[in-house]
Design a protein around this ligand. Sequence first.
Ligand code: NAD
Length: 491
Amino acid sequence: MDEKYGFYINGEWTRPADRETFETKNPATREKLAEFPLGNEEDTREAIEAAEDAFQDWKKTPAPERGNIILKAAQIMKEKKDELGNLVSSEMGKIIEEGRGDVQESIDFLEYIAGEGRRLLGETTTSELKNKFSMTVRQPIGVVGCITPWNFPTAIPCWKIGAALVSGNTIVFKPASMTPLCAAKLIECFEEAGLPEGVLNMVTGPGSVVGNEIVENDHVDSISFTGGVDAGVHVYRNAANKLKPVELELGGKNPQIIMNDANINLAIEGILFGAFGSQGQRCTATSRLIVQDSVYDEVMEKLVKRTKDLSIGDPVDPKVDMGPLSSEQQLKTYLEYVEIGKEEGAELIYGGELDGEQYRDGYFVKPTIFEAEHGMRITKEEIFAPVLSVMKVKDYDEAIRIANDVEYGLSSSIYTRDVNKAFEAIDDFETGITYVNAPTIGAEVHLPFGGVKNTGNGGREAGTTAIEEFTEIKTVFIDYSDKLQKAQIEE
Ligand code: NAD
């Protein structure tokens, strides 16, 4: 595969001749997959202008009709699921089962949100005056900037694009530079589904240039951002100068607690999937395992044994359990944190090194387990790689205290057979998502997704909340009394 792509602006693929280009590569082989232009401010402004021009017509397109186009795009993705799933694995490195899962999540969400075209519910309520009717309606915001990371290269863009489109907004989309080919293939599905020109535009290039222009440009009315905390804070600050609404979905440092009464084998299955699925590169990945003392030795023994058995290799091979890290930078970060863990006195129980005799060119690493003390950097900072810190605790209170003592609050999990403890944990975890007897990963599209503390700024994507970030509420009063009525004024 060696394709040349351009920007997608006003329904056309364009490649300005003088732009520098960048390559997207397969992290298992470092082979080039495709070439994209490095966009600049001017390209971004052109895309914003196209979105602005398309807005009024799209806004006036009946919402069920907007939903039908989204549904059509979902159907096209379904037909291309094998091809797209393969591409997700080849460009991002997650194993094929998860690559297909990424695409399935995109399809599920688009199908779900297409139906919102027949809801977009407002409220009707009473009035304090006679013969007066009051209600709220939802309206689109305008031009929306969607800025996305690389770890769910189709699902995260679809969550944003689907919800923004059904709500009647037009879009400037900037995908991560590690996975632009997945983004381009996604655009093609919407194009094939008949999305009008200018409604969805894509510019590739650096976050500091393209992303920044989207955030600062006066003609972009709202920003939907998923990525790391540093970039998120930067985006939030810049958008604040323009009083622009921003939704931020940021990092995580997600704990799994195993209590003495847990089903240990089930808990081990959960931790393997949660910590090492997608090579630990999920915002909801389990990076801390907090184990009650009586079962600690049993958990460690079984965990290490099962971890050693995980097969690492080409992610498109269905027999493989773990693919490569997604980039050289990810590899560097992994190795840095392994060193940090060792230096601060954590005990390296397994992994911590490169793997892969047969794929020397890929970014293959071993799943890594540290025995750690709460407070070490590896127990507090998001690593975004398959590095698990395990900590021993004496009771539930200590487990919850440690679980909550981090800056993030995305996902959490507890394994216990005690229903009272399970419900207490639902109350006590300071996270946006809690699982009982299931790993920290596994979002479903019809439920809200997001976190507390530094994981975001309060919004939730997906579920019934998906359209909130993409709509304005208008309050409407209709007075049919045929006279001037004054609220709050005594007659
Ligand atoms: P990142 O912050 O480096 O980049 C995210 C996107 O922002 C990219 O498209 C990037 O080009 C762009 N960007 C970077 N700087 C920018 C700037 N100054 N202005 C505008 N745009 C800018 O993150 P990443 O490495 O792509 O993704 C990994 C991070 O994403 C992790 O922290 C992970 O936890 C987080 N994440 C969060 C969720 C969630 O829903 N909470 C989901 C997936 C990933």
